[in-house]
Write a protein that binds this ligand. Structure first.
Ligand code: FES
Length: 171
């Protein structure tokens, strides 16, 4: 009899088919599993891409260092506007009456009107709907705004004021 024997009974044939199916099942299931895992990995990577970009952007925001002003041109009680970290992100730098330097993005967190520094009350004011923000923290203290202004982190070096990062504190 040759090596490749023909099954002799119907029962042997049935066993052979069962075995073939099992071998194929394992082989094809493994392939399907690997394919689906590859697909899932790619899909997950694509789905999280916006967050990866946002994370990278956030890091870039924190690392950007932009000169805002000469300290000598900003006496106590004065303020100046600038943009940070992009041209569209308008901001305000204030040398407070008490002598502190603080900066925030200056779009009101209510409906985006620009906020101004009011020296007499040492406070940030949004004229649109009479919103007020604490000068030391940027938190809303009066009027419709509910969220604080994004904080611009500052450094002073050789008489120059630099923006070095931005913090959102209400996420
Ligand atoms: S936009 Fe500032 S209070 Fe409404």
């Amino acid at each position: 009899m040759s090596k490749r024997q023909k099954p002799e009974t119907e029962h042997d044939m049935s066993n052979l088919i069962d075995n073939l199916k099992r071998v194929d099942d394992v082989k094809y299931n493994r392939r399907a599993f690997i394919k689906s895992m590859t697909g899932a990995t790619v899909a997950l990577g694509l789905a999280t891409l916006p967050f990866q970009i946002a994370g990278a952007k956030k890091k870039a925001d924190q690392e950007a260092r932009v000169k805002i002003a000469e300290l000598s041109s900003l006496p106590k009680g004065a303020s100046t506007t600038f943009s940070y970290p992009t041209e569209g992100d308008t901001a305000i730098l204030v040398h407070t009456v008490e002598g502190e330097l603080v900066a925030y993005n200056n779009k009101c967190t209510h409906l985006q009107c620009p906020v101004f520094y009011e020296k007499e009350r040492d406070i940030l004011v949004c004229p649109c709907h009479r919103g007020f923000f604490d000068i030391k923290t940027g938190h809303p203290v009066e009027g419709p705004p509910q969220r604080e202004l994004p904080l611009i982190e500052l450094e002073v070096q050789d008489g120059k004021v630099y923006a070095v990062g931005r913090k959102y504190r209400h996420e």
